[in-house]
Unconditional design. Sequence first.
Length: 492
Amino acid sequence: MSGTFVGMPAFPEAAREAVHDTTLRGNLRHATHTIRAKRARAVEEMSDWAALREAGKRIKDHTLRHLDRYLVQLEEAVTAAGGTVHWAADADEANRIVTDLVRATGESEVVKVKSMATQEIGLNEALEAAGIRAYETDLAELIVQLGKDRPSHILVPAIHRNRGEIRDIFRAEMAEWGRAAPEGLTDSPAELAEAARLHLREKFLRARVGVSGANFMVAETGTLVVVESEGNGRMCLTLPETLISVVGIEKVVPTWRDLEVFLQTLPRSSTAERMNPYTSTWTGTADGDGPGTFHLVLLDNGRTDTLADEVGRQALRCIRCSACLNVCPVYERAGGHAYGSVYPGPIGAILSPQLRGTGSEIDASLPYASSLCGACYEVCPVAIDIPEVLVHLRERVAQGGEVTRGGNKVVLRPAKGHAAERAAMRAARWAFARPGALRAGQRLASRTRRLHPRTLPGPGRAWSGTRDLPQVPAEPFRDWWQRTQGGKDGGK
């Protein structure tokens, strides 16, 4: 498996197959409706939610504007606290750094805290190629790993699986990875959780190397923060002798006071809790307390390129709460795998094409994986205007233009399949710039409206196949306005 799902078809083809999977749609509908209803109740408790949302947005925007300064401050603080900082420009460099660090310990296995950054770079696969086995310890990630599957949700990676499927996976696969599932295991949530606990316990006690990501990094102290609900993260962060954290550079915040805002908005937006059951923080190393060796790998992998885009950079505000997935009608029907990325749903539709570029068929299709209903923007706790970025990226795909890739300015060619769209837009621009031509076209359309087809021909058939063409009025608005003197006679 690849962390970036290389080889996936474009979103329309993948989604077409997914919507015919009735079990998948049932699992997604039940899970997303439950989560978003609980989230709505948790948010309603906060009278200052709008102010917190605005504060989170401003903190993130300020940090991104001064990212260079805060990253240097972070490095200095981590180093002063006994940690070692590594800089990784891309996925290959990050994987090479982590692999070398694990090899240096002499160990051949690691335990992992749930981390989207390590999924993004395909770390598990890179470690496996080096003879190192990585064990996922988050329950949902464990289900995905045992099932030789891919995550389909930011918060609940196994959201596409039901209890019966999970039971079957545990029975068939647990023995290959360690302690086997208990005899007679049923699909009771309590029994499934106990089977996972027993399976993971021996790994926690044996592991000498832990690998994590981080939800936040505090620049002023060099502190890293992981929030989670199961306690597996606490085990991975405290028991191993060596801890390696791979974190995207956008996860830094300036101060502890800034962290206060996100520790209120993240749990309510993600798990609908007032606070996370486990909030783990660590600052470098300390004698007799936690790992004796700490390495921080700061990951770029397209983030500075995204930062160079004045419209698209707001995607870097994301705190990975997944609220946008749970309200998205497209995600609910297509599922996460159709997005071909570890970042599914609305945020994936704007983040993946910026981190990876729009050169592949799957990435060029992602900005179109949306109805632009705006529900994602309404629930985002850091006010990312996802519809705005989607339209911005659609323009990039259809028209090409100058972008930043690998730190250099390059000019993208328009993607294939958008020639008719570009021709239509050029025609519209020509007409709107010539009032006489526009008026004549409107009159012609009104007088011939009985001859208009119900569906568009050629490439337009795909558009009108799911939409009704609007009826042309019997009289253009300009003519009506002139005839009625702006409606003064009531249209008589």
